[in-house]
Design a protein around this ligand. Sequence first.
Ligand SMILES: NC(=O)C1=CN([C@@H]2O[C@H](COP(=O)(O)OP(=O)(O)OC[C@H]3O[C@@H](n4cnc5c(N)ncnc54)[C@H](OP(=O)(O)O)[C@@H]3O)[C@@H](O)[C@H]2O)C=CC1
Ligand SMILES: N[C@@H](CCC(=O)OP(=O)(O)O)C(=O)O
Length: 632
Amino acid sequence: MSSEASRLNVMAAKNIVIQVTTSAAMSKAGNQLNLAAIGSIADQVSMLAGKGHNIQLVASGTSTSGAKVSGAFNALLSLKEPEGSGLIHVSTHPDESSLASSTIQSTGSTLLIYLSHAQGIVDSKGKVVSTYDPSTALLSPSADTSNPMSLSSSSFVSSAWELASGHGCVVVMASTSETDVLSRIMAGHQIGTVFDPAALTTAAGSAVGSSSSRDMAVRARAASRALQALPTEERVAILNRVAAALIQHQEEILTENAKDVQEAEGKVADSLLQRLVLKPSKISLLAEGIRAIALQEEPIGKLLTKTEVAEGLILDKVTAPIGVLLIIFEARPDALPQIASLAIRSGNGLLLKGGKEAARSNAVLHRVITQAVGPVGPDLISLVQTREEISDLLGLDDVIDLVIPRGSNALVTHIQRNTKIPVLGHADGVCHLYIDEAADLSMALKVMVDSKVDYPAACNAVEKVLLHASWLNKGGFDSVCSALRDAGVLIHAEGEAVTRLLSDAPPAPSGRHEYSALACTLRVVGSMQEAIDHIHAYGSSHTDAIITEDFSQAESFLKAVDSACVFHNASTRFADGFRFGLGAEVGISTSRIHARGPVGVEGLLTSKWIMRGSGQIVAKDNGVSYTHKRMS
Ligand SMILES: NC(=O)C1=CN([C@@H]2O[C@H](COP(=O)(O)OP(=O)(O)OC[C@H]3O[C@@H](n4cnc5c(N)ncnc54)[C@H](OP(=O)(O)O)[C@@H]3O)[C@@H](O)[C@H]2O)C=CC1
Ligand SMILES: N[C@@H](CCC(=O)OP(=O)(O)O)C(=O)O
């Protein structure tokens, strides 16, 4: 198919011209170098040269600015160019908005990457089109209006098309503000606008979703089939390579993450910031989890049942991958390697969209992981950048098999309302801890504090403590309040008793509130049944726990509470794939269909039936005599 051909053309290009408009490499005022932008391009250029590409780097602009920018590139590249490669040449081009066609022709380059402020060519609604089509009018470059050197649309478009159609040089127009723009273009991601006649013949039947979204999903399926066809040892080796690559690229990952954190600081809630931060210890734990997944027994093709249907006719039910998964998750970059490794282990293709605040962290993690995937190719796991792409993908119910939205209730509801693809929601956690009349108080305090304080922003952190009324007369109420306050937790009062006893406590914002911070609601209940009824009325069916020494009471609670995870005498924070021994988790499913609670490899599998016979026929059910004998 065509856009596939175009991506292959891009990925295969050896001689490349990279043209950077000086306005994209200078400050807005145009009088100073934008060293961050120049440094990032220089890093990526030297990486491409290290992979054997011959690169002509052209700084296009007025002679003064062009000379300044090419000087900066030369200085940086002399430090970074792979030793002795001599593959990078830097020059200037006098005209910002025309293409460096002469360089292309003199060097026999087959790819021009044009980097400016513009994200690509936009349609009448202002949406960037991924593939330029000359038969469609109304296109113009999405220039940065604040940039005085913005592009002159028609001349740019016609020379880009002329180069592509007349000289066989694919042109990709993209913005320097895209993270890892060059590396991602060369890895086959559809960023910006591509000018390539090969990209125009669209596949039949691709009416829904843009061709790039469909292409991405179709390629994920093809790659997942290639993955499934590999012997177990090779799939295990991929996971071990991914774990090793995370450790090996730790510095790079932490650097990109620090940029995300720096940009988010002061602009987002503390809970989001906590999720966003990666630390060496988190990366080591991720690698450990991935190695544990690699050690698990082969999950694909596992025999679930074996039945003799009739003499010589044997029917097996075996596990099988679901196919192509679209997983949307919050700005928590450590989720990406976990989800990717579970998908690899279970043989699924993956389209991933993380929170926008984690864009750089996700891009580097994605690159490191897809490079480690090896022969199956990077298409197995694609990174989706924007909500617009999600809208396209939600229409592709013929190529995507399951959507897993992991995040707020609003996100999960939005996805459910906008797709025909089955949805496995991972929504908010309004987790409760019930301290029973028969609780060991010191255990209750320890578990309560851990459930809230260990990681207050997590979806499995406790949000409401339900205290049996008997503790009001036994000193337990004061102990609970002191333990929470000593741990820095702000208590919000709910119900008559707590409101009266803690007159200084702010009221709970609502009966069902997720603080995601060092705060929780405290309420007194008259019985375990009242606690259960309250959990059913105000909880989110995520994780709820009881603390009691009365084991029969505990069993009743475990049976009655209708949540994905129900615990006795244990912290709600144990609701986690790694802690459950699954190695990692996609998230904690709050849906009731097929997978509930922490979702590991098993949650990403379905089953298939395999029949082995010797020519038996049905013949109106007279062809065989049914035995239906269960063999295992
Ligand atoms: N059950 C579980 O496993 C988990 C539950 N949670 C819950 O998630 C919440 C925290 O997440 P929060 O930060 O609020 O995340 P959000 O729900 O705001 O966002 C999560 C992701 O969904 C995307 N998104 C949101 N709305 C849309 C839309 N309309 N179309 C397409 N994509 C969309 C976001 O994209 P963008 O960034 O581009 O806006 C982001 O990638 C808490 O309630 C927590 O309990 C969190 C983790 C795990
Ligand atoms: N299972 C995870 C928490 C689940 C989760 O992802 O929560 P969140 O911090 O809301 O993104 C953990 O225990 O850290």
